[in-house]
Each structure stands twice: as C-alpha cells, then as structure tokens.
Ligand binder design. Sequence first.
Ligand code: BES
Ligand code: MN
Ligand code: ZN
Length: 467
Amino acid sequence: MKPPALKLPFAETSAKALPIRSFTAAQWGKDSRREPAATRAWAEAQGFAAKPGQVLLLPDAAGRPRAVLAGLPEQADLWSYAALAAALPEGDYRLDFQPANADDAALGWALAGYRFDRYRKTQATSGAKPLARLVLPKAANKARVQAIYEAMALARDLITTPSNDLGPAELAAAAQSVAKRFKAQCRVITGEQLLKQNYPLIHMVGRAAAPQRQPRLIDITWGSPKAPKVTLVGKGVCFDSGGLDIKPPAGMLMMKKDMGGAAIMLGLAQAIMALKLPIRLRLLIPAVENAISADAFRPGDVCRSRKGLTVEIGNTDAEGRLILADALAEADGEKPELLLNAATLTGAARVALGPDLPALFSTDDALADALLAAGRVTGDPFWRLPLHSPYRDYLDSKVADINNAGDTPFAGSITAALFLRDFVSNTKAWAHLDVYAWTARPRPGRPAGGEAMGLRALLHILEQRYR
Ligand code: BES
Ligand code: MN
Ligand code: ZN
C-alpha cells in the first residue's frame, strides 16, 4: 500500500488569509449587537445565528470577502473544525482566536480533506472540491498533527480497501513498509510455520484461504529494550465470510473491514514511532482470511491453543477471538507494562452501543478510567462494558477447556471479551476495544468508509504516560 497523500491543507503565510472569528450561538445572541449595523443586517439576511457549522463571509466595500464569522459549539472538538473547513470556499484562512486545542483544530481541518481515492483519482469522479487552507495556529505542533493525520489516513485506507486488494499478504506488506520507514524490526510468520512455531489457532482459522492468502502473524518491535514495554494487538481478519457457519449476505457485505483493529493499531504504532515516544513498542497482528474450502475448520473441532488451553469450536464465525487468543498469549508472555487490543469482534457491541462508541473492557480500573477520560478530551470516546465473570460459564465446553461461542445470544460482546481474558494472565494493565471501525453515516472529516476509532484516545494516554 502506498503511503497516504501527505499534502496537508496548511497555508504558509498569513498575509492574505481571511480571519475567522468564532461565536457560539449564545455568544452571538449577546454580542452581535456590538457589530457594525451592516454586519448585523448581512448576518440577519443570510440567516446566520452562529449555529455549529454555520459560516458567513463578510464582504468589503468592493464585495470581496474580508472576514469570516463561524458558529462553533460550546465544546468544539476536531470535528467542529472539519465542519468549518468543509463549509468554506477555496482560499486561505486563519483563526482570529485561540482554539482550546490547536492540534485538534488543525487535525480536524486537515481531515476534512481526507478521501479514499485509490479507485477514483480525478476530482470529477470523487466529487471533491479543493479544500480551504488554514494558517496553522501558533500553538499547533505541525509534526504531531501530520503524524496523527497520516496514522488515521493509513488506517482508513487499509480498512476501506476491498479484500481482493488487501489480503493477509498485503496487510503484512503494509506493516513491513511502516516498519522499514521507522527502522523497526518486523518478523512475519507465515502458513505452516505458524504450526511449527506454535500458533495453532491462527493457522486453523486462516488455513482455508488460497495459497497466496495464507495466514500469518506480523510482529513488529521498535524502541529501546530498556524502555517500558507497550504491546498493541489488532484483529487482522482480511475477509470474514463466517467460515462454514457462513454469514448471511447482509452480514458478509461489510466484512472487508474485519481487519479494522489491525489497521488502527498499525496506524497507532506508526504515530508512536513518528513521535518517538520513549517506549519499547511491540505490535502483533494475526492476519488471516476466514474462508471456506475443503480444509476449513469446522464446528465441533477442538484445537490446542498456544497457551495450552484447548478450544472447542462452537461457531466458525467467532474467529476473531481465536486468532487474538494466540497473539495475546504471546504478548502476555513478555508481561508488558501495557497491553492494548483492538478488534471488530462482535455485532453485539454494535447492538449495545451503536457504531460510534467502541466497547471498552479492562481488568484494570485505573487504566479503564484513564482511557475513558482520554476518550472524552480527544473526542474519540469509548463506553465501558463489564467483564462479568458469572457469564464465563456461557463458554463452558463439554470436551475442551473453553468454547469459542456462547450457548446463548445474550451478552455477546462480554462473552467475547471474557474469552480473550482467559489468554491474558500475567499482564496487569490489559484493555480490549471492540470497535466498529467504519463510518456509515458520513459527516465532515469522516467520509463513509473505514474509521480509526480509538487511535487518538490511545495515543493520548501513551503521550500522557510516557512523554
Ligand atoms: N467480525 C464479526 C463481528 C462483526 C460483525 C463486527 C458485524 C462488526 C459488524 C465477528 O467475527 C463475528 O462474526 N462475530 C459473531 C460472533 C458469534 C458467532 C458468536 C457475532 O458477533 O455475531
Ligand atoms: Mn466472524
Ligand atoms: Zn470477524
């Protein structure tokens, strides 16, 4: 995968940039009477009330724009600035005020220009107008904004790319190119080697795929071995047909995005390396296609996992937790200071929380609280669900240590998280995010397609802890 387009919509000089003044609707209601009569009349004629997303160009005597009035919500986040950028005509602008978070303002502005254009290069076919340009606010850290933009664009591009162009091999190639760019070590264990090196569940789930789409484990390490260990794990199911317990068409339609957790964690890893956070980073991505063939794994099969626990297959469509079990067992063996997992793991999490709120599970209350707080300040929120131990017996098997699917449809997201928990025993600070990784209802800065949910909040807690 090629690196995302790096040309961000930032203007170099402010000489000709139009100033943007911002108001909340309440402020406008109070303060507009202090504006010149012509401005008030113009605002009224245009129906400008400083509602979030509203903009008004003010003309000079010659009818050329001289300034912009913009409505922002009380708690403007990056998406407020994406909406602002998207509402303005082409040209150069500067903020005539100090945004609460300059990096988020710049990032949101830049994201308004994000497009997935791999299959539609021209403006005419992608429907994009050139984005307004922003003079970076003084307080903004350009390198950081760029790193986060690139991380999000990488994750989005990977998620939106269809499975015919993004199988396990291509996902591994994308990871390798990120590793190379930052001189990280990258090891990929492929196909039969997974059995030799004791990743039986990853092999079992992925073995039905075509030879060039064999399963693999991507393993990146970066940073000083003496620095605190932070390990990221992401579900990399490059297509989830459901296996033999085949998905119905409506459910299968979206399943190119089932590597969303992997894409988000690869994007996060890239941002961590670009920002040189002083940690010893490890990224583990089990990358598979959950395919159907004569060699597909079956309901009722029993497989011994890397950790030694035997797993009975109740449903081949509960494949994500299987590949994550082997990856988490490997991660947990090193006892990292922090172990973070992201996965498009269950439909049940979406039933509970809808598409925009990843479910957060953690055995560590302090970590969960820190993540929830990070989600709030970054506008990248989660909602915590419980690892309710009494539900663990939904996963009891009559022949093996654990079954991969519950015997009831209740609490599906919780039982999936409880399954994962059995494979993490040494690490104190472990958190699992069950993410949708997709925007269905487009908004400014968030076109329909893959979304890097959780990336910015996770980066935030890492920056807080380690910088
Ligand atoms: N990848 C799916 C979960 C999913 C579905 C995420 C739709 C986002 C949108 C996962 O592999 C899956 O199929 N989970 C099953 C588990 C069940 C068979 C126990 C589910 O959630 O229905
Ligand atoms: Mn599945
Ligand atoms: Zn899946």
